[in-house]
Design a protein around this ligand. Structure first.
Ligand code: MD3
Ligand code: FE
Length: 226
């Protein structure tokens, strides 16, 4: 990124705040290391299969809860059946600091306890169509972090996947928080810009996106349950 062009925090819509360059290079490097580790298992990163036979062009690995279209479970029944990696406390802490930063309010993270993260990896051809995230039984904010190549992010409205929408470029280190009325807005990634990332993050190519969420699902069932 060109640090000579300032990109201040921007409220794109009510509750949707973009904070450019929030993560330091060191934080990005540490997140890349963590994501590489999760990508190897217990549930390896995969191209998610859609119920009607399609396959997503984005690769995804989950922590805390496993997501498959369109539900969460503790075990990755559509991959290898194993239980997903635990959601680390340090990642929840980062999510809480993200809310405070985006909303400029030390109380913004009160009671915020994300319990799942979806880690998406995009190559130069990957796209994500306009969709809503509504498999969570919670209206708590979603925290999104970008590392690597920049992308075009399309933030729409809560009614339809069509216009009106706002296009935003997301670059390495950027934070985006989606809360309040923006939590159930349609959104997508129509394009990735190959070669725009800094290899010093540890990511030689492609784009990594980490989204933290609150599933609203019970934290532990009876012993033996998934
Ligand atoms: C707005 N990921 O994983 S991050 C997804 O860049 C997803 O990988 C995109 O959409 C990505 O579901 C976009 C920004 C984002 C994530 C979740 C949201 C925006 C959101 C949930 C509700 C509203
Ligand atoms: Fe989404």
């Amino acid at each position: 990124m060109n640090a000579l062009i300032p990109r201040p925090p921007m409220e794109i819509a009510p509750g949707a705040v973009h904070v450019p360059g929030w993560l330091s290079l060191d934080q990005q490097r540490e997140l890349v290391v963590a994501c590489r580790e999760w990508a190897t298992g217990p549930v390896p990163i995969r191209y998610t299969r859609l119920p009607r036979g399609g396959v997503m062009s984005v690769r995804t690995v989950c922590v805390g809860w496993h997501w498959q279209p369109y539900r969460y479970s503790r075990t990755a029944d559509d991959v290898n059946g194993r239980r997903v990696a635990a959601f680390p406390g340090w990642l929840a802490g980062l999510g809480r600091r993200a809310l405070v930063e985006a909303y400029g309010d030390p109380a913004a993270c009160d009671g915020y306890a994300p319990d799942t993260a979806l880690i998406n990896f995009y190559d130069g051809e990957s796209r994500m169509g306009m969709h809503q995230d509504k498999d969570e039984r919670s209206g708590a904010p979603v925290v999104s972090l970008t590392i690597g190549d920049s992308c075009l992010f399309r933030f729409g409205n809560t009614e339809t996947r069509a216009k009106p929408y706002t296009d935003v470029e997301l670059a390495s280190g950027d934070l985006f928080v989606f809360g309040g009325p923006s939590r159930f807005a349609y959104h997508g990634v129509p394009k990735v810009y190959p070669g725009t990332g800094d290899p010093a993050t540890g990511l030689a190519s492609g784009r990594l996106n980490i989204t933290m969420r609150v599933t609203g699902l019970p934290s532990e069932g009876p012993p033996g349950e998934g």
